[in-house]
Design a protein around this ligand. Structure first.
Ligand SMILES: *[C@@H]1O[C@H](CO)[C@@H](O)[C@H](O)[C@H]1NC(C)=O
Ligand SMILES: *[C@@H]1O[C@H](CO)[C@@H](O)[C@H](O)[C@H]1NC(C)=O
Ligand SMILES: *[C@@H]1O[C@H](CO)[C@@H](O)[C@H](O)[C@H]1NC(C)=O
Ligand SMILES: *[C@@H]1O[C@H](CO)[C@@H](O)[C@H](O)[C@H]1NC(C)=O
Ligand SMILES: *[C@@H]1O[C@H](CO)[C@@H](O)[C@H](O)[C@H]1NC(C)=O
Length: 448
């Protein structure tokens, strides 16, 4: 698919009504159980699910400091909980098949496999993920609704994966529902993942992967678990990679079925959580984070768009932006009160790193987790994760900004914030030199 799918629906209220009729029924299923279902697995376990954790705020939201009020908001959000991606789904099925090929288990926690069928779909949003996206739209209205009006609608974009598109439309439905249907945001633009796209990380051809570091840690933490499973299912011949796939099922099956997966009993018995969580932290750090030479450059395009919106100036970028789209007021309007963009975990990580968020004094060690690290995937990129940039008007002062990731205020030391996370807009723009310089030569290395 070469051409960009593009909906310009800014004035098309009847279209908005049409797209908003189904989400309400999706929501109705959940309303019966009151709000987003609890899943039946302790939160302490869900936190070890890392990027497969459902959304939880990483801190309690606090209002901007006294004398400041939000006058513009930028929401960058990961899609909600989804089915396994195709590659992961295949590996999970293969691991289950190995376990089911033997006829005797010595651990009763495997007995459920005697009559078990893998039924998960692939890639798309699960109903639980739709509900969390809807709920985040409600929250956005409650927190920031005063910044929008019928004439000043949120400008909403999504990367073209159906899970991002569905998250965006469920979000707009939640936003609209919370507003008593007084405001009708619509998904304004879809960015094709096979073209220039600041909401995906597919353009940098030479970017490396986290495989070496992930392999190293997997061999160390998973070996005893794999040995236990092979002893419990003699002849199954599981590898460490199979163990990883089976551990992932605790989360992926639970968010799909909306009740504790039978794989979670194994996950807890084998204490798979800490190792699984660190595997994900390494995967993000060395995938598109600080540990990857061409990681953070993939976040530059979004940061340059953010700077343009914050300052009301045209986009200056020579990386992932589509200059045709970003050069037009219809597809890149300035001066809105609210922007929302729907993307993926690896892209959020690249953007955090491009901005300088979650700095690490030392590179993550693939042989040993540092218990005090702030790089924890479940706090950074759970399903429905969000980075929110608030532009603030402060009494007597200059325009300022604050950045929150999953409601935790980022310290922004790099632009001189003093503990409340607030920088002047000028200092923030100044601090984003890596983005403003188009990645200091790194973008060219993506193709050289
Ligand atoms: C919400 O997400 C679900 C997928 O889980 C999708 O089928 C539905 O169409 C979405 N709702 C809207 C309004 O797009
Ligand atoms: C196997 O699972 C199916 C579907 O969940 C169920 O209908 C059936 O009763 C189960 N059989 C046994 C022997 O537990
Ligand atoms: C840029 O956007 C235009 C307008 O939608 C589209 O036709 C074109 O294919 C896009 N080009 C790239 C390289 O993304
Ligand atoms: C495990 O390995 C043994 C010995 O090589 C082989 O006989 C058996 O078929 C293997 N089992 C599976 C499930 O591949
Ligand atoms: C798409 O991105 C490439 C790589 O940065 C750039 O050379 C090209 O001009 C961009 N195309 C558009 C339409 O912006």
């Amino acid at each position: 698919m070469k051409a960009l799918l593009m909906f310009i629906t800014l004035t098309c209220v009847s279209f908005a009504h049409a797209t908003l009729s189904s989400p309400v029924s999706t929501r109705a299923n959940h309303k019966a159980n009151k709000e987003v279902p609890s899943l039946g697995v302790p939160k302490s376990v869900q936190e070890t699910w890392a990027m497969f954790s459902p959304y939880y705020p990483a801190a309690t939201y606090v209002k901007p400091p006294k004398g400041c009020s939000v006058d513009q908001v930028h929401i960058l959000q990961r899609h909600g909980a989804r089915y396994p991606t195709s590659g992961v789904g295949k590996r999970i099925k293969a691991a289950i098949k190995k376990l089911q090929s033997v006829n005797q288990y010595t651990d009763s926690k495997l007995d459920f496999l005697k009559n078990y069928t893998y039924v998960l779909h692939k890639n798309t949003l699960v109903p639980f993920g739709a509900a969390q996206s809807f709920e985040s739209g409600e929250e956005a209205f409650k927190r920031y609704g005063s910044l929008v009006s019928k004439k000043n609608q949120p400008f909403v974009r999504a990367s073209s994966s159906s899970r991002c598109v569905d998250s965006a439309t469920n979000w707009t439905a939640g936003f609209s529902d919370a507003s008593g249907h007084g405001k009708w945001p619509v998904l304004s633009l879809i960015l094709s993942e096979s073209a220039n796209d600041t909401l995906d990380n597919a353009m940098c051809k030479n970017a490396g992967s986290a495989n070496p570091q992930a392999k190293q840690w997997l061999a160390s933490f998973a070996a005893p678990i794999t040995a236990h499973l092979n002893a419990a299912a003699p002849g199954a011949n599981l590898t460490d990679k199979d163990t990883d796939s089976l551990l992932a099922m605790c989360s992926l099956d639970t968010v799909a079925q909306e009740k504790a997966s039978p794989f979670c009993a194994l996950y807890e018995e084998l204490n798979g959580g800490p190792g699984f969580a660190y595997l994900a932290d390494l995967d993000k750090y060395y995938g598109t984070g600080y540990g990857q030479a061409l990681g953070r450059v993939q976040g530059v395009g979004y940061v340059n768009e953010l700077l343009a919106r914050l300052t009301g100036q045209p986009v200056q970028d020579r990386t992932q932006t589509n200059t045709t789209l970003d050069g037009s007021q219809a597809t890149f309007p300035l001066g809105r009160g609210m922007y929302a963009d729907f993307s993926h975990d690896n892209q959020l990580i690249a953007i955090y790193a491009a901005m300088g968020l979650f700095p690490q004094a030392k590179a993550l060690d693939p042989t040993k987790p540092d218990a005090g690290r702030t790089w924890q995937a479940w706090k950074m990129v759970p399903f429905s994760a969000r980075m929110v940039t608030e532009r603030l008007k402060c009494s007597g002062g200059k325009e300022s900004v604050r950045v929150l990731v999953n409601d935790a205020v980022m310290p922004l030391e790099f632009c001189g914030a003093k503990g409340d996370g607030v920088c002047t807009l000028d200092a923030f723009v100044e601090s984003q030199a890596y983005a403003r310089n188009n990645g200091d030569g790194d973008w060219e290395k993506c193709f050289a």
